[in-house]
Design a protein around this ligand. Sequence first.
Ligand SMILES: NC(=O)c1ccc[n+]([C@@H]2O[C@H](COP(=O)([O-])OP(=O)(O)OC[C@H]3O[C@@H](n4cnc5c(N)ncnc54)[C@H](O)[C@@H]3O)[C@@H](O)[C@H]2O)c1
Length: 359
Amino acid sequence: MRHDDLLAFTAAVFTDRGLAPDRAREAARALCHGDLAGMRSHGLANLTRLYLPLFDDGRVDPNARPRTLRDRGAALLLDADRALGLWAAGAAMDTAVERAAVYGIGVVAVRGATHLGCAGHHALRAVDQGMIGLVASNCGRQRIARPPGGAVAMLGTNPLSVAAPAGAHPPFLLDMSTTAAPTGRVRQAAREGSVLPEGLLRDDAGAPVTDPGAFDAGRAHLMWLGGEAGQYKGFGLGLMVEVLAALVPGAGMGPSTDALSGDGGPSGRDDDIGFLVAAVAPGALRDGTAADAEGLFGALLDCPAVDPSAPVRYPGWHEHERTRECLRSGVPLDADLYAELAGVATRAGLAAPEPLEER
Ligand SMILES: NC(=O)c1ccc[n+]([C@@H]2O[C@H](COP(=O)([O-])OP(=O)(O)OC[C@H]3O[C@@H](n4cnc5c(N)ncnc54)[C@H](O)[C@@H]3O)[C@@H](O)[C@H]2O)c1
């Protein structure tokens, strides 16, 4: 599929749901980033699973008018007014970049938002301006993962991303859930009938689970990043995101006594999501950071590999290469996803994007 065709189609779907064309285009770019960069769990597969139901249920307002509640110059507090997070997070990053150009740093704390998709897409907007971008998002009041030793889910998968220019090299782009995997990856594996590696899910007794279907069946729960011995580190990262992205702006939070009334499994809804979006302009503090970044990431690429057929790469390198390749040769979509998009097109009275080989 040509990326431009996917973008135009996705933007048309969002416009059909009431988004203004400029917002629809930015939201489409954010959603299509998943398939373009290889984060398929957070790409177009979520159109029918996550975003269209938000419109159907009135949980997102296509005409939302985000309000500035506090403006301290380098730091702002916004209420997103239930705007589509795919658009609102990018708009927040643009504001952070504008402020960083003046103050060296810009921080935008957002509450009342909805799901932003891949955090890294929004972090990369700062890189386009030669800055470092940070995006943290909580999952509103949705609770999926348990504290280590806990019997009740308390936090979401709380994604975190930092992106930085790397000179002539592909940008650094750390973009991840703070749980060992996002739920989207587990459900994608369940749809595809594949087996998960150990270290992502475990059962109540702590034994590893590799059947992805066990998660939605309530027989397994998500682990944090950090491996068996490092669960407190991943949990700490998840909590860090909750503090930055939800406590700071006053968004909905996962940990609450409401969690105690359920069966310990996932509970709560991902409404009133919070973001912390920041841009740092390293050039505001000293000269030479761009050249130093090129040296830093170049040295890593030059690191001798144990296996010469598997060279050392840093986060973001593969996404950059895949993006270039997909822009050149098309974005691969599996047949089931294409059929879903064709169904969306039919229901909306739109033309489905045309597969490349049928042109
Ligand atoms: N909005 C939400 O609520 C939410 C929640 C969870 C995750 N997400 C999104 O889901 C997406 C997928 O998250 P994930 O945790 O599955 O990511 P992942 O595990 O695929 O990748 C995590 C990081 O590891 C790096 N990486 C992976 N393999 C590498 C390799 N071989 N060499 C070098 N670096 C490598 C990637 O560049 C990335 O920065 C992200 O875009 C994330 O923002 C969103």
